[in-house]
Design a protein around this ligand. Sequence first.
Ligand code: NAP
Length: 538
Amino acid sequence: MLSSLRRYHPRVSFITVSIQVNDPAEVDSALEQARSASALGAQLVEWRVDELAVEEAGHRACRILVQDTPLPCILTCRMVEEGGRFGGDESDRVGLLQSLVEAGAIPKYIDVESAAWRRDRDLRIAIGRLLADEDCGLVLSTHDFEGRPNDLARQLDAMWGEDDASVVKVAWMARSIRDSLEAMEMLDEAAGPMIVLCMGRFGVMSRVLAGKFGGLLTFASNGEDLATAPGQLTIQQLRDVYHFDSISSSTKVFGILGDPVEHSLSPLLHNTACRRSGFDGVLVPMPVIEGWESFKASLVCMLDHPSLELSGLAVTSPHKENLIRFVEEAGGVLTPMAQRCGSANTLVVLPDGSLVADNTDTEGIIGPLRERMSLKDSNVAMLGAGGAARAAAIGLLMEGARVVVFNRSQERARGLVEDVKARMEASASIEYRSGAPRSEDGFDAVLNMTTLGMAGGPDPELSPLEALGGSVDVLGEGMVVFDAVYQPRRTPLIQQARQAGAVTITGDEMFLAQAARQFRTWTGGEAPMDEWKALLES
Ligand code: NAP
């Protein structure tokens, strides 16, 4: 079966558009969707016919889908208890398959849950009739929409033991990226054609990297609201953001690691840069929940993975300080800037496995500020006391500015001030105050280094000034207002600053500058800055 598909398209891993058809009246538009998916680059279509399979009209619709399909098709009719929507019983499903056989409507693959296959003799007989056509193959699958099945190893053994199976498929809801890493290991060790995908936000990397590990296919949707499983990407995302077609076993893997990372533009920028410079790499989202233990466990799993070949990470909130600790404990190297900042946003994994942590945030903050104001002896109010704030404080103090830190957690603000003082010369001027900056404080610049205003963050609608109990009165004409948040570019704080006549610096400037240095560090190449700017603007 695999060889005939290879004839059809000389790729190992196929982009498969999954299309749910809910009503016989939708057949024409479903076929049209498959044609447009094909034009976008899909190589297979999965017809999800759960809602069609009971009545004769539904059977007829299924036959048309299989016979008129513009792409080789997988037919899937999944029952409610299997995570699908088919409300009939097994004899109804058998009826559908018999009607296909009688009409000579033979799909490329029929996907059946392995439990149903084992349980029902009539189902096996009906599928056997389809499989009598040598162009039809059986995808024996197991799905778990809650989490990793406890008896997965036993289920896999049973599926590989079925002579009739052409492909073994496993899909489960990932609880962390470690599930995705296990999925990739399974693919690596597969005894034959296999599909392993993790669902949900922790599973995105398993979908993107299917090609690297020899997964037969990855599923994609025709549009964001048309996904048939949680975490499924669109065909455009797979091709335009991740360049799925260029991913192979030799592709080096990079990640954007943090929480949240779903809205990060790092994959788009770095993958574009890889493509432009001919570097064989791909950067994927790696959400890791807050906490040292989850960070450490995820990183150990990635570095120990037999075939992931992790080459680097962009590390974002809330793990920048964890990265320093991890690299120190692993006996790796901190660049002078990472050491000085006590936080790092870039990990490089050298070919011999040794680790280097760098901080490229300072460059991204100080460069744009220097272009707008003289930092020496300036008074700067900094909102936030996390990793980005620390990088900003170090950079500002190195330029001779005076810094006042305002943060929700006073303890963290105090910790940052004490820590930064210990890292700088005695003359460095940094203190923390409670509440928010006030007009009478005479600040020349206000920097937002919190996650407030960020899409997907704690409060996308809230200005950090208000969150800290202050008011917009502190913003005035000529003052410089810098917001590290880059998505969206027009944050609540940036809008307030523009209304007040302040000079604004949006987070995308910082983002591009620090990302360009990351790309240089990982690949030795220069980022395509003009193309990056155009991408951000579009
Ligand atoms: P972090 O270490 O997690 O720190 C988060 C900061 O936000 C802390 O000061 C935290 O205060 C504050 N915060 C979070 N929720 C809050 C709330 N509900 N009310 C008040 N304060 C709140 O994050 P980070 O790595 O420093 O990143 C901070 C921001 O900078 C993020 O938005 C990130 O996207 C942005 N950033 C941008 C770039 C770029 O290239 N443009 C680069 C790096 C970072 P507590 O201490 O009280 O929790």
